[in-house]
Ligand binder design. Structure first.
Ligand SMILES: CC(C)(COP(=O)(O)OP(=O)(O)OC[C@H]1O[C@@H](n2cnc3c(N)ncnc32)[C@H](O)[C@@H]1OP(=O)(O)O)[C@@H](O)C(=O)NCCC(=O)NCCS
Length: 190
């Protein structure tokens, strides 16, 4: 199975809701993470699609602006892969590429609510233990955080909040098409 990770295309955004319904179910909107990103756009340069040989959408990953007190951070998710194509490494390739790109863009802290077994290999660890809290109910063991820059969590703790002001403040330079460094294929990512 050959696939590529690319910057999300306008046509992918249209297909995303049906893909998320198929993977997460349609009751997903009540989750705390949805309220953090509701009405905001993903961080410019941090929305990715996995596409197949015919350029069809196979999977998606987006990151959203959040803040922890005065510190800027990003929220990973949703991560979704077409049900028939799960388990082929596409999800991990999206996460790896997304985190690498976030580091390259200077992001420092990444938060996720997801399965620890899936995210720990990328370096995520429990966020409650790191002193972070979400503004709503969450399964504590699924709430995780990753320092994208060493020491980024030093002196950062407390309540995670929406980053409406940051979404407005993104400069034009980050809205420019982001060059995707190299291409990921199934063969390279197994
Ligand atoms: C979770 C998901 C994004 C993973 O993508 P994927 O392309 O299927 O996963 P990969 O092929 O990269 O990785 C497969 C590995 O992840 C594990 N895995 C898959 N889904 C998992 C889950 N929900 N929890 C824990 N581990 C999971 C598999 O067991 C497999 O482990 P192995 O390599 O040790 O056998 C995809 O299965 C999906 O869309 N699921 C439905 C939506 C969802 O639950 N998203 C979670 C976001 S937190």
């Amino acid at each position: 199975m050959t696939y590529h990770i690319i910057a999300e295309r306008p046509q992918d955004a249209v297909l995303l809701d049906p893909l998320l319904d198929r993977t997460f179910g349609s009751d997903r909107h009540g989750k705390t993470v949805y309220r953090l990103r509701e009405g905001l756009a993903p961080v410019p340069g941090l929305a990715f699609s996995a596409i197949g040989a015919a350029e069809e959408l196979l999977g998606s990953l987006r990151f959203w602006p959040i803040r922890i007190g005065a510190a800027e951070a990003i929220l990973l998710g949703p991560l979704a892969v077409e049900p028939a194509l799960q388990g082929l490494g596409i999800g991990r390739a999206l996460v790896r590429h997304g985190l690498d790109t976030a580091r390259a863009l200077g992001e420092r802290i990444c938060v996720v609510v997801g399965e620890p077994n899936y995210y720990q290999p990328f370096g995520f660890s429990n966020a409650e233990a790191a002193g972070l809290r979400l503004p709503g109910p969450v399964d504590a063991h699924r709430f995780q955080v990753l320092e994208l820059a060493p020491g980024a969590l030093d002196a950062v703790s407390g309540l995670i909040d929406r980053a409406d002001e940051r979404a407005v403040a993104f400069g034009d330079e980050r809205l420019a098409p982001f060059p995707v460094p190299g291409e990921h294929t199934g063969a390279q990512n197994q």
